[in-house]
Design a protein around this ligand. Structure first.
Ligand SMILES: [Zn+2]
Length: 268
């Protein structure tokens, strides 16, 4: 099994003490590549630096998460555009809307989201925008409306860590967006509905991610003592996902990897 973790927050402080070992454990578990999520002004440059230090293993995204939307100034926009000039940065984001936590005011979230969509559109190659790594929670209607404003100008999009309803899932699929599945699926308290709908995602739209160090799969046995999630647990998530889809795990894994390579334009 050769997997790609499309969402790993490897710049997180909790990895400072053993980042090299985390990467080695991931490789040993069959996670061949990881995309380091850049989600703030502080961490997006760190994600790039990490990717530059591990060519062929790590790529990065650069963006500002809706939680940090208030930091999205003109200066920040220029910083993001500078980061996107580097080939290691393969997607715009994490960006989007989060009305569940509302850590930033909603108008600021919408503005920061639109400005980052503008970047993705500006970086279009042969009319196809730069891939988008998107976050949406409890904001589906506004999210769809803003994306619609950019229709025809933005390229492929993945709704990372999808946790929405069946209707929202079909909305995404109808718009040809990709779906990122995390260990949320393994949470018996809030992931049960996901298990029932993941079979509807076409193989060529489905990708997998840990969102490490967050979202430790609750079905892991044994559980790591520190409760930190890391990319080596991705195969566990894929096993659970394959079971819910009624697929052989090797098939789910191979399809997700091929889909991911095409989406982020990664070398074979
Ligand atoms: Zn997210």
């Amino acid at each position: 099994m050769q997997l790609i973790d499309i969402g790993a927050n490897l710049t997180h402080d909790s990895f400072d003490r053993d980042r090299a070992a985390v990467l080695e454990r991931a490789r040993a578990a069959g996670v061949a590549r990881m995309i380091v999520t850049g989600a703030s002004r502080e961490h997006s440059p760190k994600a790039l630096a990490l990717a530059q230090a591990h060519p062929g293993v790590l790529s990065a995204t650069a963006g500002v998460h809706p939680h940090h939307a208030t930091e999205y100034t003109d200066e920040c926009d220029a910083e993001m555009r500078a980061l996107h000039a580097h080939p290691e940065v393969v997607a715009v984001g994490e960006t989007g809307l989060d009305y569940f936590r509302d850590f930033s005011p909603r108008p600021a979230q919408r503005k920061a989201f639109e400005r980052q969509l503008e970047i993705a559109a500006d970086l279009a190659v042969d009319g196809v925008g730069k891939p988008l790594f998107l976050h949406q929670r409890d904001a589906h209607a506004d999210f769809v409306a803003i994306m619609k404003d950019f229709e025809g100008r933005i390229g492929p999009a993945v709704v990372h860590c999808f946790t929405g309803t069946r209707e929202e899932l079909f909305d995404c699929i109808d718009r040809d967006w990709h779906i990122g599945i995390t260990g949320w699926l393994c949470d018996e308290r809030r992931g049960q509905h996901l298990r029932e709908i993941v079979g509807n995602v076409p193989s060529n739209r489905l990708m997998v991610e840990t969102d490490a160090p967050y979202l430790l799969p609750r079905t892991l046995k044994p559980m790591p003592k520190d409760r930190r999630n890391e990319p080596m647990f991705l195969p566990h998530i894929v096993e659970e996902l394959a079971r819910d889809r009624g697929e052989d795990v090797a098939v789910t894994a191979a399809n997700a990897t091929a889909t991911t390579r095409a989406f982020f334009r990664l070398p074979g």
